[in-house]
Design a protein around this ligand. Structure first.
Ligand code: GLN
Length: 244
């Protein structure tokens, strides 16, 4: 069995360890005997997104979002086709924002998003950002758990139809909003950097199951020993007083 991941704008959209998410997906797949093919796609690269099981895009500062947006918009039809063929998506922060209606950056510039989802994002001024550790309670594919990460965004994302989770510590989609990220049957979108996946193996395995579902139907993943990952997450949950 193969898992094909397309890592978008790996050279430009990669903040606070986002690249680690690709590594976690590869390692957790290969530990189960699933061959993981990790390709990259940046500005001008010719790739058909439909050929991949998982589309992964990290975060980026306003400058990098401005650099990649034209190329991303040029791939809109291909992205929608891939969604219609059940490709799974992992979108982190700046990547998350650009799948919505628009992103108004800290200098007031409006960056048109893909408009695939109804949410939109507006950054306030440069002095007000959502920065720090974040913890949330999420239910993904029927499993409820607590997740931890790191957020650093000026963008305030509103009109989110189905958030990823309830904020236990930190900001989330907007200052003290109570909710964070966006979730549907194909997409996990979140402000959580860190990277997200090493301390949140349940999210990693949900992504692998979702990606494999595209060509193999429901695949039961053999459980891995997540003692270390769970310990690391508990350290943060306790530190953030979000463990109970
Ligand atoms: N530039 C965007 C913002 O400031 C996204 C930042 C990020 O990806 N961490 O909101």
């Amino acid at each position: 069995m193969k898992l094909k991941i397309l890592w978008m704008y790996h050279d430009l959209m990669d903040l606070y360890g986002d690249k680690g998410n690709a590594e976690v997906l590869r390692v957790r797949s290969e530990k189960r005997g699933i061959e993981c093919i990790l390709d990259t796609c940046s500005i001008g690269d010719k790739k058909d997104i439909r050929e991949y099981d998982l589309f992964f895009m990290g975060g980026g500062a306003d400058r990098e979002q401005g650099l990649i947006i034209e190329d991303l918009l040029s791939r809109k039809d291909n992205i929608i086709d891939a969604m219609n063929e059940k490709t799974a998506f992992l979108l982190i922060c700046g990547g998350y924002q650009l799948f919505g209606q628009y992103y108004k950056d800290q200098d007031g510039h409006i960056v048109n998003g893909l408009g695939i989802f109804d949410y939109y994002t507006e950054a306030s001024d440069r002095d007000h950002r959502c920065i720090g550790n974040i913890a949330l309670e999420a239910t993904v594919d029927g499993e409820t758990f607590r997740a931890v990460g790191f957020e650093n965004h000026g963008g305030q994302t509103k009109n989110v139809a189905s958030p990823l989770g309830k904020v236990l510590h930190g900001h989330g989609n907007t200052y003290n909003s109570g909710y964070e990220g966006f979730l549907n049957d194909l997409v996990i979108a979140t402000y959580m950097h860190g990277p997200l996946l090493p301390k949140n193996p349940r999210i990693a395995d949900s992504l692998i199951r979702r990606a494999l579902r595209k060509r193999h139907g429901d695949v039961a993943l053999e459980p891995l020993d997540d003692t270390l990952e769970d310990k690391a997450r508990m350290v943060m949950l306790k530190r953030l007083k979000a463990d109970k």
